[in-house]
Design a protein around this ligand. Structure first.
Ligand code: NOJ
Length: 477
């Protein structure tokens, strides 16, 4: 145990500590229990779309192993589990037919969690979209706002069926990252049928409207009786200017507006940031007065997914090393490494891949900037984690993941400083992820778990890593 890092002395007894996952990444059972096809299942079956050529059709097989997993969660000592409900499992063919086998599965999972004393923290949309909603030319997935009425059928069913036991609802996961990686980088489905940057703004706009509509439904029809709360999850990175000059400082401000402001200003203030309106003009959709009113204040809590920090400079100023751009209109370039080869975050440990470096002070800064911009809203860290480097090859190296132990210690420390010193209203922390999982366009190669899974093993046995043991001892402390 790191000196001074004890759960009971740093966090209140009501603070939630959990692990996070999503249906597509852990469930498997892709065509079992009446589940319909989802956009990720189709996308993954197209050669070349997923780095290692795998599909999420079996992945961790949580579909069959949920009891075993929940028992292990109880042993780990967490008091909450974030997971998502698969839309194609509940409505496999159309929004008119509810799949009762899917309902039974989630009832079993939720009952099992409640019995284990692990509170279900449920995401309604974690990118697992039924294929028929993408294929229907009247809807075209998130490109048309007609999808919202279908989303409402799905979420209404979830609130009715599970709201007696689920007290925390997340409408949508990571609108910023999901939209940019789908529309700009085309690495998420539907890939090349959504082209061009203005699509990013339309897709995000429809997701925001869907969020507001789901919240309105929950608040008017369910909240008084069910006594739960509802929010949204945003990914927010920390941005550092590559140099001290004004141009780089201005680039940081643009990054903040195009990441945090783009998604969160509408839900707090009812509209996009002024800077985005000035830069984008007609490309940025407009909210009607009523939509804006519905959006404003449409969160009981904010979910934050924080992973890393990035260097920022004005676009195309120098040839970037490992450049990454979120949105070209922000006229910024993002870097993992600066011109002197300096990495943001710790290089310690076998992290060869530049992404997902450990930068705990970035978490503290993101939390401080969220609370100064949006006030004292309760915040849950709904995801935070690190993957194994590609140079970790042996099983021993994977299991003895001292870098993940240090990552956890440093981030929990930073979090406790945010709460105690910066007075940020953080209510919980979820580590990504419980077990190794299937990771979107990369497949099985990135290992994020506290528990190791050999995906070649037919039994998909779970083995605790050093990080799981450290987390368990911290949770008891
Ligand atoms: C955020 C996403 O919500 C999650 O699904 C993903 O696996 C992690 N980032 C790690 O990339």
């Amino acid at each position: 145990m790191v000196a001074g890092l004890s759960r009971s002395s740093l966090f209140s007894p009501s603070f939630l500590f959990g692990v996070a996952s999503s249906s597509l990444q852990v469930e498997g059972g892709a065509s079992e229990g009446g589940r319909g096809n989802g956009i990720w299942n189709s996308f993954a079956s197209i050669p070349g779309k997923i780095t290692d050529g795998t599909t999420p059709d079996v992945t961790c097989d949580f579909f069959h192993k949920y009891e075993e997993d929940i028992l292990e969660m109880k042993r780990l000592g967490i008091n909450t589990y974030r997971f998502s409900i698969s839309w194609p499992r509940l409505f496999p063919e159309s929004s008119r037919e509810l799949n009762l086998e899917g309902v039974a599965f989630y009832n079993n999972v939720i009952d099992c969690l409640v019995k284990a004393g692990v509170a279900p923290f449920v995401t309604l949309y974690h990118w697992d979209l039924p294929q028929y909603l993408q294929d229907d030319l009247e809807i075209k997935g998130w490109l048309r706002n007609d999808i919202i009425q279908h989303f409402l059928v799905f979420v209404d069913a979830c609130f009715t069926l599970f709201g007696d036991r689920v007290k925390h609802w997340i409408t949508i996961n990571e609108i910023h990252m999901g939209t940019v990686v789908c529309c700009e980088l085309e690495m998420f489905p539907p890939g090349n049928s959504v082209k061009g940057m203005s699509d990013s703004y339309v897709v995000a706009h429809n997701l925001l409207l869907a969020h507001a509509a789901a919240v309105k439904l929950y608040r008017t029809k369910y909240q008084v009786n069910q006594q739960g709360s509802i929010g949204m999850v945003a990914d927010v990175q920390w941005y550092e200017p590559l140099s001290d000059i004004q141009e780089d400082r201005d680039a940081v401000l643009r990054c903040i507006e195009f990441n945090m402001g783009w998604i969160l200003d509408p839900v707090f203030f009812g509209d996009y940031p002024t800077m985005m309106r000035e830069i984008l003009g007609e490309k940025l959709p407009k909210f009607t007065k009523e939509q804006s009113e519905d959006l404003k204040g449409s969160m009981d809590f904010l979910g934050l997914n924080y992973y890393f920090a990035l260097w920022v400079t004005k676009a195309a100023k120098i040839k970037p090393l490992g450049m990454h751009t979120w949105l070209p209109e922000s006229q910024t370039n993002l870097f993992w490494v600066n011109a002197d080869g300096k990495l943001l975050g710790e290089a310690e440990g076998p992290y060869e891949s530049a992404m997902f470096r450990s930068c705990p002070w970035g978490l503290r800064k993101v939390l401080a900037s969220l609370s100064s911009r949006y006030g004292n809203i309760p915040i849950y860290i709904t995801e935070n984690g690190i993957k194994d480097s590609v140079i970790v090859r042996t099983l021993d190296e994977r299991l003895n993941d001292q870098w993940r132990v240090k990552f956890l210690q440093d981030h929990i420390q930073a979090l406790s400083e945010s709460i105690r010193e910066d007075k940020v209203n953080v209510k919980g922390y979820f580590h990504w992820s419980f077990t190794d999982t299937w990771e979107w366009f990369s497949g099985y190669a990135p290992h994020f778990g506290l528990y190791y899974i050999d995906f070649e093993d037919p039994q998909l046995h779970r083995t605790p890593k050093a990080s799981a043991r450290w987390f368990a001892s911290f949770l008891k402390s």
